[in-house]
Write a protein that binds this ligand. Structure first.
Ligand SMILES: Nc1ncnc2c1ncn2[C@@H]1O[C@@H]2COP(=O)(O)O[C@H]2[C@H]1O
Length: 274
């Protein structure tokens, strides 16, 4: 069985900050879809600091960088560790593990896939990356890790995180890049009603919907967003975002997405791909 991180919680409610798709570059002036991704990430973190909300854990769900560079991973690691909240991560399709891993190790951002949060909750992080591809797939090893962990901790309410969307977003151009073996995930989840939610990034938009009797959600990127329900690539005007999750002892979840409201981060709506 894998190593795990055990986090006691002070209060009865477990609080998670979900950050995703930061798309940072080595160069501080680089932009994605017209948004300076370092400035938008910093704006999100500053806003979170200002709110002084208490968190037990940060889950960072991939696409940390756009250029694959160590310097860009350093930018993420430097700023996120300033929050002084335990942070765990999983990779997205843009991530280069040989560059990510040494930097996150240096900053003590642990590579834990199994987190015991307080007495009642289990957080599971899955790697859905297929190197060189925008779509995702859960390898047999990830599926058996999920299945074995859920069996071992069957008494705990559980949140599962991965990068790719297991449910269709309704954007055709994005749905070709979804999780390809959703059925295998579904087959495991069907046997484990303790899994209360599945969270992901990748699609740069807010989704909260019911799936197989549980809530699933996508969290907006900390940079530019994609417009919901569009067949062709379309950028949304929504500002950089993040998500709060409150996990209650009885297995219920409250969640809320926030966005930065600033004219500094309006994307270039004329760009049609990257
Ligand atoms: N115009 C486009 N049509 C289809 N896919 C695209 C387009 N532009 C970018 N993409 C891919 O879609 C992916 C969506 O999120 P990513 O940031 O992972 O990376 C993106 C690209 O790999």
């Amino acid at each position: 069985m894998s190593a795990f991180l055990s986090l006691p919680i002070d209060k009865k409610i477990g609080r998670i900050l979900h950050i995703t798709d930061t798309h940072l570059f080595a160069c501080e002036n680089e932009t994605l879809l017209g948004v300076n991704t370092l400035d938008s990430f910093n704006a999100v973190i500053c806003e979170i600091e200002k709110k002084k909300q208490y968190y037990d854990l940060i889950v960072a769900s991939g696409d940390f960088v756009q250029d694959g560079s160590k310097a860009a991973y350093e930018r993420f690691a430097t700023r996120i560790t300033q929050l002084d909240i335990p942070c765990v991560w999983l990779p997205g399709n843009h991530d280069m593990l040989p560059n990510l891993q040494p930097v996150f190790n240096e900053y003590q951002i642990p590579n834990e896939k199994l987190i015991l949060l307080g007495e009642n909750w289990l957080i599971i992080l899955l790697n859905s990356q297929v190197p060189g591809k925008a779509y995702g797939r859960l390898a047999e090893s990830e599926l058996s890790f999920l299945s074995e962990t859920l069996q071992q901790y069957s008494e705990r309410n559980t949140c599962v995180f991965l990068h790719h969307h297991p449910v269709l977003s309704g954007c055709q151009w994005l749905d070709q890049h979804c999780l390809q073996n959703t059925e295998s995930l579904q087959n495991i989840l069907k046997q484990h009603p303790q899994v209360k939610t599945v969270g992901f990034g990748h699609i740069h938009q807010n989704i909260e919907q019911q799936w197989e009797g549980r809530m699933v959600f996508a969290t907006p990127s900390t940079c530019a967003q994609f417009k919901p329900q569009c067949n062709e690539f379309t950028v949304d005007e929504c500002g950089p975002g993040w998500r709060d999750l409150s996990l209650y002892e009885d297995g219920t979840i409250e969640t809320q997405v926030s966005h930065i409201e600033s004219t500094l981060f309006i994307p270039d709506l004329t760009i049609n791909g990257y």
